[in-house]
Design a protein around this ligand. Structure first.
Ligand code: HEM
Length: 377
């Protein structure tokens, strides 16, 4: 059991309209605005050292980010379907991990559940905390905020809340709108696919990245999804996959359509060569997503580590080697696709994302789901 553990609480009273300033020094030495946030430091230290280990924005970080979305999106502004970012994806893993849309979430279950069991924190908070910390391992991210105090689920989310890569833009936007997220926020959130890949879309191989820089939160994802597709990195004929422009890289049909649909194409293109826009819009959309369906939370943003800076080489969008403006499938009708330089060198083959050991374990994608109560975790 964690102790809230703080040594000192300095309070400036709210007299004559002066704002209250309460600062606490935690037993672990850090200073926070709200003493309750001290409970997160031992969790932070443990997951940084033992869960993410030397994974710098790699497979473990990607898995932690994806599950946070799949948990939170089990929310509706219009129907009583659950409590959003409520941990239901793990608490009711025997149900939710049988849904097709959650294929691959077993990786996050294997990674996180042993740590959830070690710490006295709600499952719901842990999932969003781990995702927030995972983001700070990715160069190019702006420091994400973190709110604490989510209440754990009493029931599973029903099937159908998580968007699928073979759905139309309209279907996905309607689902996101039902959860309270606009088209602009959906595109902002899809910047997450800049630090992501697919293990299950092509059944022949794991770790196909969605862009050429899957460990950097940069704008290349938005450039590369706008290029004419020419190849499949592995097998063909997979549901939810279309051709990509670069060997080794996989393209989801949904990302392809978002880049081209009139409802979203200009929002998509706005991220090209605009790191500040991509990072800021993602930061606010992610903050909104991570508290869907949850209320009365405490701001523990001061627990979140500072992300590494974006390397200078990733600051500007480029066309990958051998690719030029003529390969762009211009979709936005009001603004021309920016003129970008072509990176020097031979045509790329993007390497596979190396699978993190921690994502392997007793939970697998056999369609039976996984029980958090199992002693195997
Ligand atoms: C809204 C429409 C979305 C669709 C249709 C979609 C679909 C997918 C699919 C099919 C995969 C590959 C899964 C696999 O093969 O293992 C994937 C991976 C991923 N997605 Fe999404 N996604 C969407 C939105 C999001 C959002 C909003 C986030 C986060 C905020 C997110 C984060 C990720 C991450 C990090 C991965 C990589 C997971 C890993 O490597 O373990 N996605 N997505």
């Amino acid at each position: 059991m964690l102790s809230i553990g703080f040594l000192l609480l300095a309070a400036t009273a709210s007299v004559y309209g002066v704002a209250v300033d309460r600062r606490a020094t935690c037993a672990t030495g850090q200073t926070v605005k709200n003493a309750a946030c001290c409970a997160l430091f031992p969790v932070l230290e443990d997951i940084q050292e033992n869960m993410f280990e030397d994974d710098s924005c790699g497979d473990a970080a990607h898995a932690a980010l994806r599950v946070a979305f799949h948990d939170a999106i089990g929310w509706s502004d219009n129907r009583d379907i659950g409590t959003g970012a409520d941990g239901s994806i793990f608490i009711f893993g025997e149900t939710e991990l049988t849904y097709d849309a959650n294929l691959g979430v077993a990786d996050a279950f294997n990674l996180e559940v042993p740590f959830i069991k070690k710490h006295n924190i709600s499952v719901a908070d842990f999932i969003q905390f781990a995702a927030t910390v995972s983001l700070t391992r990715c160069p190019g991210i702006l420091q994400p905020p973190f709110m604490m105090g989510r209440i754990d689920a009493k029931a599973p989310a029903p099937e159908g809340t998580v968007p699928e890569p073979f759905q139309s833009v309209q279907t996905i936007l309607a689902r996101m709108a039902d959860a309270g997220l606009s088209a602009a926020e959906t595109v902002a959130l899809l910047a997450s696919h800049s630090i992501a890949g697919a293990d299950n879309v092509d059944p022949t191989r794991e770790g196909f990245p969605f862009d050429s820089t899957p460990s950097v939160f940069d704008t290349q994802f938005f450039v590369e999804t706008q290029l004419r597709g020419t190849l499949f990195p592995g097998s063909s004929g997979n549901q939810g996959e279309v051709m990509s422009p670069i060997a080794g890289e996989i393209r989801l049909q949904s990302d392809h359509l978002f880049a081209r649909d009139t409802a979203t194409n200009c929002l998509w293109q706005a991220n090209v060569n605009n790191q500040a826009h991509m990072a800021q819009s993602f930061q606010s959309a992610f903050a909104k997503m991570s508290v869907l369906g949850q209320f009365n939370l405490i701001d523990c943003s001061d627990v979140i580590p500072t992300p590494p800076p974006l390397p200078a080489a990733n600051a500007r969008s480029v066309f990958p080697p051998g690719i030029a403006h003529s390969n762009v499938e211009q979709a936005c009708a009001t603004t021309a696709f920016p003129n970008l330089p072509t990176a020097p060198g031979a045509a790329l083959t993007v390497p596979q994302i190396i699978q993190a050991e921690g994502t392997e374990g007793a939970c697998d994608d056999d369609g039976d789901g996984c029980a958090i109560s199992s002693p195997n975790f």
